[in-house]
Design a protein around this ligand. Sequence first.
Ligand SMILES: [Zn+2]
Ligand SMILES: [Zn+2]
Length: 123
Amino acid sequence: MAEITQLNNDAFVTMAMCEECKKPFGITVDKVSNGQYKFVWSFKIDADKAHREGYDATHVRGDVTEDARYPGCPHCGSKQWYICTNCSTIVCYHGQSYVTCPKCGTSGEITKLEEIDIKGGSY
Ligand SMILES: [Zn+2]
Ligand SMILES: [Zn+2]
């Protein structure tokens, strides 16, 4: 984790879920500027621990990009992702046009959003 020592104070962790194995993982999100966020790191986590540590306490809205070092989903390795419009969970993505959220079961077509809502907790 030495590579992410340059995170600023507004960095936080958001919860995501792997589409393939339905296991949760955490994503470290760094704030670039107001309304601009960047995924910088990901790691396996268990859902109970995430809930205890308050990874759903922060709520931001903005445009998200991925850092060049972002390793992708720690379970399947995909660097692509989408966000469920129903439960706001970030889910790794494998290029299909029709998806089913592994967390809440909502399915629908992928649409491109300019801004997304992200929930997370302090890093
Ligand atoms: Zn995955
Ligand atoms: Zn969902």
